[in-house]
Design a protein around this ligand. Structure first.
Ligand SMILES: *Cc1c(COP(=O)(O)O)cnc(C)c1O
Length: 458
């Protein structure tokens, strides 16, 4: 028999988590304005809000925390991280930042101006926020297959080359400072981008003289999918795939809280000195001096170690295997999910799950609230609340997909936890036809409203 995957690590330290009663949870979620971001984590049993900064560091990463160098300038830990980025990503220049959106803030300050357009595959919310904050427009060029949750396309994060070329033809080159490929594509369901697509997008960008960067938060998970789903890469090792992926781009912004398995950290990696120097000015202004950029020396040291661990094949196999495990469980209960499952999360199709609830009443958010009340499990809405209002018309934007995301922290939960989550959803699915009323907005912020929005029951 073929041997199944097993975690290539064992547990050295544990953290206790507490169960609660349904009555307590109903009270807590009401007090939180039905916004799961406002819950205390002590009131959550299994926390699948995000895989961002929630991973468990290894003993070797904790050793790096102890041996980090806290010098203001020229820190040894900075050079350690520089060496890793050079070697692993093949990028000669880098700037440390405190997290991914800080990298966006710094790099976009150097690149994007009012009236620009920035094409890409379903930009992440902070990325879009940083583009729109500069009065520029993000244009989604993801393939149409990404928006059909039942279609089995292996690379639903791919860009549609025709849509992209249309943008390049419609706007002057000066209006398109950069094209962004998000690997894996978080917003469309943690879906990977194929090497072929990355290569073709890169060729198209070169043809039109447009810069190309990665939003690289989950580059290693993307590399795993290239290895397991793209025939010609099945015998290529993860790190060679990573090297090739980065060979097609001019740079990257990275949230290290994802695939580098640290609790805080980010960076910008760049190929050209000129852009590096331009961005350096903003890094000093917003983040800190060039050799620490908003991070402690120990953070950079742990991040460097995390980049090596995050690109280990056996780790990725168990990581992505666990996501697939939860997806399979949900399918056994006939729960509609985005297929195939992506890298870091299972996405439940809330529109199909709750057919009797109108979209104006926030289907995915309603499902997220039900799941919390059912078993103390915290997921997150990737739907209308997140899509926010149109900056011009201020009307609600109804995205093509209305999803409940169950993001799985790295190296934190066991498959017993996954079974528990699946059982909670199965119970809600049994009574789905009785869920006919949702929520309305009581209070919201002008931008990125989902973090702070307050809701009322209809
Ligand atoms: C998390 C994330 C970001 C932002 O990073 P933070 O570290 O949360 O600031 C940007 N892009 C993608 C794809 C992400 O997943």
């Amino acid at each position: 028999m073929e041997l199944p995957y097993a975690e290539p690590y064992k547990i050295k330290v544990i953290e206790n988590i507490r169960k609660s009663s349904r009555q307590e949870r109903e009270q807590w979620i009401k007090e939180s304005g039905y916004n799961l971001f406002k819950l205390r984590s002590d009131h959550v049993f299994i926390d699948l809000l995000t895989d961002s900064g929630t991973g468990a560091m290894s003993d070797e990463q904790w050793s790096e925390i102890m041996s980090g160098d806290e010098s203001y300038a020229g820190s040894r830990s900075y050079f350690k991280l520089l060496d890793t980025i050079n070697e692993l990503l093949g990028m000669p220049y880098f700037l440390p930042t405190h997290q991914g959106r800080a990298a966006e803030n710094v790099l976009f300050s150097a690149l994007i101006k009012k009236g620009d357009v920035v094409p890409g595959n379903s930009h992440f919310d902070t990325t879009k926020g940083h583009i729109e904050f500069r009065k520029a427009t993000a244009i989604d060029c993801t393939i149409d297959e990404a928006f059909d949750t039942k279609g089995l396309h292996p690379f639903k994060g791919n860009l549609d080359l025709q849509k992209l070329e249309d943008v390049f033809k419609k706007y002057q080159k000066e209006k398109i400072p950069v094209c962004i490929i998000t690997v894996t594509c978080n917003t469309s369901g943690g879906q990977p981008v194929s090497m072929k697509n990355i290569r073709e997008v890169s060729e198209l960008c070169k043809k039109y003289g447009i810069k190309l960067i990665f939003d690289a938060a989950r580059f290693a998970e993307n590399a795993f999918f290239i290895k397991t789903r793209e025939e010609e890469y099945k015998n290529v090792c993860i790190r060679d795939i990573v090297k090739e992926m980065f060979s097609y781009v001019d740079g990257a912004t990275m949230s290290s809280k994802k695939d580098a398995i640290v609790n805080i950290g980010g960076f910008i990696a760049l190929r050209e000195k000129e852009l590096f120097e331009k961005a350096s000015v903003y890094n000093i202004m917003f983040e800190g001096y060039l050799t620490y950029g908003g991070l402690a020396g120990r953070d950079m040291a742990a991040l460097s170690q995390g980049l090596w661990e995050g690109t280990n094949f056996h780790y990725l196999e168990s990581r992505i295997g666990q996501v697939a495990y939860l997806g399979e469980k949900l399918k056994e209960y006939n729960i509609p999910i985005q297929e195939p499952t992506g890298g870091h999360a299972v996405f439940v199709d809330a529109r199909l799950f709750l057919p009797n609830l109108p979209k104006e009443q926030f289907q995915a958010q309603t499902l997220a609230i039900e799941l919390y009340k059912e078993g103390g499990v915290r997921g997150v809405e990737i739907g209308t609340l997140l899509a926010d209002r149109d900056p011009q018309t201020r009307e609600n934007r109804y995205p093509k997909l209305e999803l409940l995301r169950l993001a799985i922290p790295r190296r934190v939960y066991t498959n017993n936890h996954m079974d528990y989550v699946a059982a909670c959803l199965a119970n809600i699915y049994d009574r789905r036809n009785d869920i006919t009323t949702g929520y309305k907005i009581a209070k919201e912020a002008p931008i990125m409203r989902h973090f702070t929005v307050e809701l009322e029951k209809m």
